[in-house]
Design a protein. Structure first.
Length: 429
């Protein structure tokens, strides 16, 4: 690689701005560590005149990012727009085809088009780097690709969304409602101010799970329909009851091989308070890798925000500057096979169910009969009557039940007129 390296940034939101400043302030440090001089020769964003935290040189600003590739000699391009399609895909695809290295934190893009884009990168002998797409500043992807390269990984799981972890932690800490804590998260910049849905419904964590699966198990990125639930229906009442039972509620992303079949899922879990994962709070992320011969490896750190994300982007940059041309997913595209998919209906787990019911004779009997009919046995049952309202909360912890029976049971409970709200179901880890 030549000594002078030309760099472009496409996208100047929170992360793009922070990255821009990092590249400017750490120029000498980068040269010291890589013996390469970086030159920021192009920027692109929707609005040239938008007020930004750092002053940008408008002479190198391009309204159409594709003009950067057409008109300039760029060596490395950062894509920080963040869309799964549209200009994000177009700019990455075009850059790779023009033998330009690409670095992106865009998990939606990689989870959807990673196989296609990695094939282009390999063909043109350039890097497609996306360390920042999973768990922010935690170097989990490089750890799996390089440090654990000879291990046979069978399971990866953890807290992959800082927004959800912050909300659940704050609800517990302050005995507060979901809506109140969400407002606070928006003010602090932990949740998207206009539409935080993709964080809250589990989609953000699920895109990361798909990337982890592909890297860990040397498979193509899966596109099968999977178990994905968010935290929108969790109430403080559930957090309080879980605490009394010595559990905490965490949104977990989990991927594992069961009988050589891939099982990916994102959903809230009840985890024991004395476990490692049960004590990762606030905006922190944590990823646990199970493999042979390494056993269990744990990485923890800040998973969101411009600081941790920029740290991962800079790590990718230094890797390229040092001349490390690598397969984006650790193996050549043609050697990564399509995953066989595990049947989610066979998944068996203990369950937490909370039912808000009319407090009258026969209701509990109806519920237990329905559970028995669906082959779900009760390990523990708690009744909390509200005499004023003539209602009761019934909490049931079950023995292991398969997903098919659990879902059929929940659907039947929903249609019972004595049950006042949709039942809450949370799986135990």
């Amino acid at each position: 690689m030549k000594k002078n390296i030309n760099i472009a940034i496409v996208g100047l939101g929170q992360i793009g701005n922070h990255l821009f400043n990092e590249l400017k302030t750490k120029k000498k440090d980068i040269e010291l560590k890589t013996e390469k001089k970086i030159n920021l020769i192009a920027l692109s964003a929707k609005n040239k005149n938008k007020k930004r935290k750092f002053k940008i040189n408008k002479k190198i600003f391009f309204k159409n990012p594709l003009d950067i590739i057409r008109n300039l000699n760029v060596d490395i391009l950062f894509e920080v727009v963040g869309k799964s399609d549209g200009i994000s895909k177009k700019i990455v695809e075009t850059a790779l085809k023009n033998k330009i290295h690409v670095i992106t934190p865009n998990k939606a893009l990689i989870a959807k088009h990673g196989d296609y884009l990695s094939k282009i990168a390999e063909k043109n002998k350039v890097n497609l780097e996306f360390e920042a797409s999973v768990a922010g500043g935690i170097p989990i992807l490089r750890t799996i690709k390089e440090s654990l390269a000879t291990n046979k990984i069978n399971k990866v799981y953890g807290i992959l969304n800082g927004t959800c972890n912050y909300i659940l932690s704050e609800m517990e800490k302050n005995a507060d409602t979901f809506s109140n804590v969400l407002k606070k998260a928006k003010l602090l910049g932990y949740a998207e101010p206009l539409n935080p849905k993709l964080d809250l419904n589990g989609y953000d964590a699920f895109a990361k799970v798909r990337i982890l699966s592909s890297l860990s198990f040397h498979k193509k990125i899966s596109n099968n329909k999977c178990l994905m639930e968010g935290i929108e229906s969790i109430e403080y009442k559930d957090i309080d009851i879980a605490s009394q039972l010595n559990y905490r509620i965490k949104l977990l992303g989990i991927t594992e091989l069961i009988g050589n079949r891939l099982f990916e899922r994102v959903h809230p879990c009840l985890v024991k308070k004395d476990t490692y994962i049960g004590n990762v709070n606030g905006v922190m992320n944590a990823v646990i890798v199970n493999g042979k011969p390494i056993g269990e490896s744990i990485l923890q750190g800040e998973g969101a925000g411009p600081g941790p994300t920029s740290s991962a982007l800079m790590s990718d940059l230094l890797s390229i500057l040092r001349g490390n041309i690598k397969y984006p997913f650790g193996l050549p595209h043609k050697k990564r096979k399509k995953a066989n998919v595990y049947n989610v209906n066979l998944y068996s787990n203990s369950l937490y169910m909370r039912l808000e019911v009319k407090d009258k004779p026969g209701v509990l009997s109806q519920i237990t009969k329905l559970l028995a009919k669906r082959k779900i046995s009760v390990e523990r049952l708690i009744q909390m009557p509200d005499h004023k309202r003539k209602t009761a909360s019934i909490v049931i912890i079950t023995h292991k039940a398969n997903e098919y029976n659990a879902q059929r049971c929940i659907n039947s409970l929903k249609s019972n007129k004595n049950i006042l709200k949709n039942p809450i179901l949370i799986r135990l880890l």
